[in-house]
Design a binder for this molecule. Structure first.
Ligand SMILES: O=C(O)c1ccccc1N[C@@H]1O[C@H](COP(=O)(O)O)[C@@H](O)[C@H]1O
Length: 212
């Protein structure tokens, strides 16, 4: 299972997070306490290994601006975390992940129908559009096929204390965390390390279970 660490704002934390085994690193271009400028993100991304996916988080941004920032920064995916509709998605010229707040099975069905490379399932909007540190009811995902799970990036209130259970329950393509990996509003490398190790260990445990 892959792991994404979101809301990185400095070179050192980005490089250490990549070295710790993160498969994807997220940069928030939307209005947020974790917001970063395209110029700063570009500098960080230039120093990251090619194998790490670089993801830009946007909320209701114009298509032209998303495409420009993806190109200028060298991002692999745009993460659309607002109310972007299917018409918006169909015109977008870059690979993208679409985020959905999940409060019902109808939300899950709508997410699965959406024409995105991956769908990111998060808790319903709280005080902020994303990065609220709240989990949603994973039982709403019971009954999905393996193929559907393979398109899911699970987010929302994930941390070292619950990610192994989340991985077992949902079996998504990737898990994503931001708030739980911070101390006093800043990314905390020891929390990032524990989170990544827990994801990788839980994946190995699940493989053993499914083979026995
Ligand atoms: O992290 C933010 O500040 C943010 C702002 C606007 C949209 C999305 C944002 N982050 C994404 O929110 C989810 C859940 O994060 P958390 O672990 O519950 O804090 C995650 O996908 C972040 O990429």
């Amino acid at each position: 299972m892959k792991v994404k660490v979101c809301g990185i704002t400095d070179v050192e934390t980005a490089k250490r997070t990549a070295a710790l085994g993160a498969d994807a690193i997220g940069f928030v271009f939307a209005k947020s306490k974790r917001q970063i400028s395209p110029e700063a993100a570009r500098e960080i991304i230039a120093g990251l290994p090619a194998g790490v996916l670089k993801v830009g988080v946007f909320v209701n941004e114009s298509r032209e601006r998303v495409e420009e920032i993806v190109r200028v920064c060298g991002l692999d995916y745009a993460q659309l975390h607002g109310d972007e509709d299917e018409a918006y998605a169909q015109e977008l010229q870059v690979p993208f992940i679409k985020a959905f707040g999940v409060g019902s099975t109808a939300d899950v069905e709508a997410a699965l129908r959406y024409p995105a490379d991956y769908i990111l399932l998060d808790s319903p909007k709280g005080a902020y559009q994303g990065g609220n540190g709240k989990k949603f009811d994973w039982s709403l995902l019971d009954g999905l096929s393996g193929e559907e799970r393979g398109r899911i990036i699970l987010a929302g209130g994930l941390g070292a204390e619950n990610v192994a259970e989340a991985a077992r329950w949902v079996q998504p393509y990737m898990v994503d965390a931001s708030s739980s990996l911070e101390t006093d509003g800043k990314k905390d490398l020891s929390k990032i390390q524990t989170f990544i190790e827990t994801v990788k260990e839980s994946h190995n445990d699940n493989l053993h279970v499914s083979r026995s």
